[in-house]
Ligand binder design. Structure first.
Ligand code: TXA
Ligand code: MG
Length: 354
């Protein structure tokens, strides 16, 4: 009963998008590709529609949704006019993987979207299917990642169907997404830009786009922990495969051999306990491990390839029925900050630092 429309990601068939848009206008949920991950969309002005997102995903109702728009002029209908600093970011990165948190205009969006906050996260995605679908729907589209709550985000239509088939109205299958991790969520407050969630736009890119007197502050690891959520989604287990994942990272100067040796020891111990084992590593080290399921996710010398493959890699362990996974850390520069943020959450506190 979940409708599937297959379209060309670059040149989607307008007739199919019209059908999908009509479902959205009727208050149903429709999944669609963006440049980051697949989103599960609904009319952001209708509480009935938005409730359908929360129930399909099993998402806690206090975790607000990002509202997607197809045109910058929609921003003014939904939120207070952005500060100069935020305007610069929109000029530089929209359409693209940047979500800005702004004071919400009362009375337009369903209160479920903002989970009772006085702010709303807005984003204009850089994907022809997403942009044309939102424009055809004629309403702002609330869309979290189209996975069951807690699971790795979907970068392919098959991932969405795995998690949500029969629970959503439809899906526009426009092929694989590009960036592979979600948008960067930022909020400008007190003269500084705060990164609430690292993502597709890097810290370095944000700094470059802003005048030097505006500091860009990373969500510190403590802010990414359960106790102090600035982005409310931070307090929930996320992105996790079904098996237990142990993240092994080095300090500056730790030799890679030391990290590999520790990972192999953990794998051997898990196997001795009778568990099926998995390892998340990178192309450079694909042959370095003995495990039931070795996933080489992109290459360390090209972190964008790691981001692209990360969520599919995490899902592979589930398919292989792996009970224990050890993951190799990557450098935290550029998109590496977003990758490590997701790996830490997937690890749920199981982190070894050598
Ligand atoms: O790339 C993306 O952002 C994808 C695609 C589909 O656009 N969407 C996505 O949505 O990742 P979701 O719901 O999985 O993550 C939304 C994040 C959460 O961490 C949430 O807490 C935060 O944005 N967020 C939303 N509204 C907020 C607000 N008003 N204040 C602070 N954080 C907010
Ligand atoms: Mg999500």
């Amino acid at each position: 009963e979940t409708m599937v429309w297959e379209v060309d990601g670059q040149h989607p068939d307008p007739a199919k998008l019209q059908e999908a848009a009509q479902l959205l206008r009727q208050g149903r949920t429709v999944a669609f590709p963006t440049e980051t991950v697949y989103g599960l969309g609904a009319d952001a002005c209708s509480s009935e529609a938005v409730a359908g997102i929360f129930s399909a995903k099993g998402r806690p109702s206090d975790n607000p949704l990002i509202v997607h728009i197809a045109d910058r002029s929609q921003l003014e209908e939904l939120a207070a006019p952005p500060d100069e600093a935020v305007s610069r970011l929109l000029d530089a990165f929209w359409p693209g993987p940047l979500t800005v948190v702004l004071p919400v205009r009362p009375g337009v969006l369903s209160p479920l979207v903002t989970a009772g906050l006085s702010t709303v996260g807005l984003r204009m995605p850089d994907h022809p299917v997403a942009l044309q679908l939102i424009a055809a729907a004629g309403c702002p589209v609330a869309a979290p990642s189209a996975n069951r709550s807690g699971r790795p985000s979907p970068t392919q239509a098959a991932h969405v169907l795995e998690d949500l088939e029969g629970r959503i109205g439809g899906i526009v299958d426009g092929g694989e997404t590009g960036v592979g991790v979600e948008s960067t969520v930022v909020e400008y407050a007190g003269g500084a830009l705060h990164i609430l969630r690292p993502g597709g736009i890097t810290l370095e890119q944000l700094r470059q786009a802003l005048p030097p007197h505006i500091p860009v502050l990373e969500a510190s690891p403590e802010h990414q922990e359960p106790s102090a959520p600035r982005a409310p989604g931070m307090k929930y287990a996320h992105y996790a495969p079904r098996g237990a994942l142990l993240l092994v990272q080095g300090r500056q100067g730790t030799a890679p051999e030391q990290i590999l040796a520790r990972m192999q020891r953990e794998l051997d111990e898990a196997r001795a306990r009778g568990e099926r084992t998995g390892v998340l590593t990178y192309g450079e080290y694909a042959g370095a491990f003995r495990a039931d399921c070795v996933v080489a996710c992109g290459r360390l010398d090209d972190l964008e390839t790691v981001a692209q493959g990360l969520y599919a890699a995490l899902r592979e362990f589930d398919e292989a029925g792996v009970g224990f996974i050890t993951a190799q850390a990557c450098p935290e520069e550029g998109i590496g900050a977003a990758i490590m943020n997701r790996l830490r959450k997937a690890a749920g506190g199981r982190i070894v630092t050598l």
